[in-house]
Design a protein around this ligand. Structure first.
Ligand code: PMT
Length: 401
């Protein structure tokens, strides 16, 4: 886990200071230790009490405080963290940093530290664009200070342009990138993802298929690749664009899909999002089945397809550490999903209700329940890309255990 990583968060003045509260919440949710320093101007916008309640740590603001100095000198405070983050960073604090001023606790810590520093500027658009601010920022960047944002948009001062504090999620991502030395959390991991339907031929022109579009599986492949995983995407026939940075294996039938998955092993994680046909023709006709006047419709005799998820979940050699299946159900969703998790030997099952009214199969959104050995998480209805990002984040957590 990330428990050992400590962040010294300096909250300077500005209307965006309230976003620091959400940043602390996100950092604590990921087990980062957060100690806050509040500048005099920052204290006009957020209270020490709210910072303390969220960070669960004492909040520092005075440079010449006898109590603080006897507990932990300011030099020690600036060096006991793994990273110093200034969010929001006002034009004033950036100017102090560039000039090397040390006239309050925040600027003194920033001057005394030997740790990396990340600033998230936030200010009025004219202040941001002023040559003085830009020169200060250039000086700081040359000295190795890292910068996230600012974003562009409507501002509290009724002006529009660059100057808005980056969203807390973006600041968190910048923090994590710095703490991992730019290394993405799934670097070095191999993921196999299946996606889309399979087509099971009846004769040379007809086939058995289903309504899967591949949107969910492809989004999962893209999300895992974005986190640094090497991804093999085994896809049935779909019209989705190829996600960047993944190796794609295009297949038609369940048997081809199984073969491609086995050939891609070993892997650290397997995600079976494909809607694999359970059955295929017992004997595929080699010529187009003819419609004969007066004759009864042909009886299609089916046989069972191999179960890819069950095969990978129960494989003796090279079983991926994490095998994740999906359960597409139209009734008894959770009970059927839990039964599939055990019968197919997988670690997690992502249950989704594919009744036509949900519009999930083929649609852009999904509402899933993540069934694991320890319980079930009910996720809200989300865009399939967001489901994929959250699932990828849960996979990261699992590998960090
Ligand atoms: O493609 P989209 O339009 O974005 O829709 C996404 C989805 C609804 C298809 C997806 O979220 C989903 O639910 N995929 C699994 C569909 C399915 O086949 O569910 P199932 O309950 O029939 O199968 C359970 C699991 O076994 C699945 O992981 C499936 O990939 C796997 N399986 C099933 C049969 C088989 N022969 N081999 C398998 O590996």
């Amino acid at each position: 886990m990330t428990e050992s990583k400590k962040i010294l968060l300096i909250v300077s003045g500005g209307i965006a200071a309230f976003k620091a509260l959400e940043l602390i919440r996100l950092l604590r949710a990921k087990d980062y230790g957060v100690t806050c320093v509040l500048t005099r101007a920052g204290a006009q916008f957020v209270t020490p009490l709210s910072l303390q309640a969220l960070s669960e740590q004492k909040v520092y603001s005075e440079l010449f405080s006898l109590t603080d100095e006897s507990e932990m000198g300011h030099i020690q405070l600036s060096r006991s963290a793994d990273l110093l983050v200034v969010a929001p960073a006002s034009a004033d604090i950036l100017a102090k940093m560039a000039a090397g001023l040390a006239d309050d606790l925040a600027s003194t810590l920033l001057l005394a530290t030997d740790k990396p520093v990340l600033v998230a500027p936030a200010m009025n658009v004219r202040m941001w664009q002023h040559p003085a601010t830009q020169a200060n920022l250039a000086t700081l960047t040359v000295r190795g200070v890292h910068v996230v944002g600012p974003d562009e948009g409507a501002m509290a001062c009724h002006e529009f342009g660059p100057g808005r504090l980056s969203e807390p999620q973006a600041i968190l991502a910048a923090i994590e990138a710095l703490l991992t030395g730019g290394k993405k959390p799934l670097t070095g991991r191999h993921a196999i993802v299946t996606s889309g339907p399979t087509h099971e031929p009846i004769d040379p022109v007809r086939y058995i298929a289903n309504r899967s579009s591949g949107k969910q599986g492809h989004a999962i492949a893209a999300a895992l690749a974005a986190l640094g995983a090497r991804v093999t995407l085994v896809s049935g026939p779909v019209s989705q664009p190829e996600p960047p940075g993944v190796a794609i294996r295009r297949v038609e039938t369940a048997r081809e899909m199984l073969q491609a998955c086995e050939a891609a092993l070993p892997a650290d994680v397997f995600v079976g999002a494909a809607a694999v046909a359970d059955w295929r023709m017992a004997a595929e006709a080699t010529e187009k089945i003819k419609k004969k006047p007066g004759a009864a419709p042909p009886a299609l005799t089916l046989t069972l397809n191999p179960d890819i998820l069950a095969t990978i979940g129960q494989i003796k050699k090279n079983r991926p550490r994490l095998v994740i299946g999906f359960a597409a159900e139209t009734d008894n969703l959770l009970a059927n999903a839990a039964a599939k998790r055990t019968s197919k030997g997988c670690d997690w099952i992502v249950a989704n209700d594919v009744s036509p009214a949900t519009g999930i199969m083929g649609g852009d959104e999904n509402a899933i329940h993540l069934v694991t050995a320890t319980g079930t998480e009910d996720w809200p209805r989300l865009h399939k890309e967001e489901v994929a990002r959250r699932l990828a984040a849960r996979i990261v957590e699992e590998f960090q255990k």
